[in-house]
Design a protein around this ligand. Sequence first.
Ligand SMILES: Cc1cc2nc3c(=O)[nH]c(=O)nc-3n(C[C@H](O)[C@H](O)[C@H](O)COP(=O)(O)OP(=O)(O)OC[C@H]3O[C@@H](n4cnc5c(N)ncnc54)[C@H](O)[C@@H]3O)c2cc1C
Length: 401
Amino acid sequence: MDLKLREEDLAFQREVREFIDRHWPEEVRKARRNVGRFEETKGEAPEVRRFIDALNERGWAVPNWPAEWGGTDWTPTEKYIWDKETARAECPQLSAFGARMLAPVLYTWGTAQQKERFLPLIREQKMIWCQGYSEPGAGSDLAALATRAVRDGDEFVVNGTKIWTTGAHVADWMFCLVRTGTEGKKQEGISFLLIDMTTPGITVNPIHLLGGIHSVNEVELADVRVPVANLVGEENKGWTYAKGLLTHERTGIAGVARSEVMLARMKDIARETGVDGGSLWDDAEFRRKVHALEIDLEALAMTELRVLSQVEQGGAPGPESSILKIRGTELSQALQTLQIDVFGYYGLAYPDQTLIDNEGPVGHPYGLTAMQAMLYGRASTIFGGSNEIQKNIISKAVLGL
Ligand SMILES: Cc1cc2nc3c(=O)[nH]c(=O)nc-3n(C[C@H](O)[C@H](O)[C@H](O)COP(=O)(O)OP(=O)(O)OC[C@H]3O[C@@H](n4cnc5c(N)ncnc54)[C@H](O)[C@@H]3O)c2cc1C
């Protein structure tokens, strides 16, 4: 694989950097360093809204979508450059539930009316989505889901409970797997429904995670009436669409570019951190850990490029996305632990514990959320399908065992 950038790619890189510097300048990056890392929001912060509007104006909000719906038709190298540059500058991203997960399902299997209604609002981040897949009795064994949707004229009547629903408390809509049939294999009676979160009968109960973060919820659905027009694809065929969505979700979870930025930052901070008359970077054991992570990340970046170039030829990522998910999450967890090492005592506190007499936080600004990030990061090997389940997928679908 030839990764040397050609002259036209370098020109594109300059164009991207100019765009980012204009719309997401250094002072905004600094000011936002510890804001809302774990919260799903509508991008209400004015600087985030401005950036998303600028992306839409420039036609760069959803590079991976088909051009017809706002995609960019970039080459894999251009997409790679875009991901690197936006990660480097810590640019806000569109909410993944709409832009990365639901949108490919809609533009592949949705009706013309569904595409026209939802895709522009997702692209402009004016409609926030959440994912109603898991249930108290259906996680790894997702096809065991029991939330029932029964047809009543032009509507489905939905009853059941979803759990671990990230961002349900801020979402406008939920894409939801429901049971519409009980005949045959359990995968065969599942349908994919779009549900307006303001519909009567929906109750969202918060679940607070270790680390004090409220991002997940339990969602109760009691006689929720959903128009049949909100069914995506065919009734009882939802499993196919649900699986397609998961491969996109897993590819996104790998987060290689973000991990590379984080590792580079840790190196810089270690050089500035005094230890025993020298710096933390002088510690050979610390450098060994960093270099081992660098090598693993480099290997993962190559795997990501291979998956991306397959996507370019075949349309959607295949079961290989499970490899990205496993390695990407293992590495990001290792990095989050390394962060705690780098920040020492200051890395152990929660953000509100670093305020002394309301004089502002102590320690390095990046250290403030290190503990929260480390604790929340434990979930990454569970969500999007646990890593054990990804290993099962690789053994069956990739290795043919
Ligand atoms: C922070 C967070 C956010 C989430 N957000 C969402 C969301 O927005 N929407 C949504 O629908 N879901 C969400 N989830 C749910 C997530 O997808 C499930 O937690 C996950 O699929 C695992 O299911 P479970 O929790 O029921 O665990 P279980 O399925 O009960 O698994 C328990 C353990 O057993 C292992 N295991 C189970 N079956 C097998 C097997 N066949 N072989 C080997 N090992 C196995 C698992 O790997 C795991 O370690 C979220 C979860 C978390 C933690």
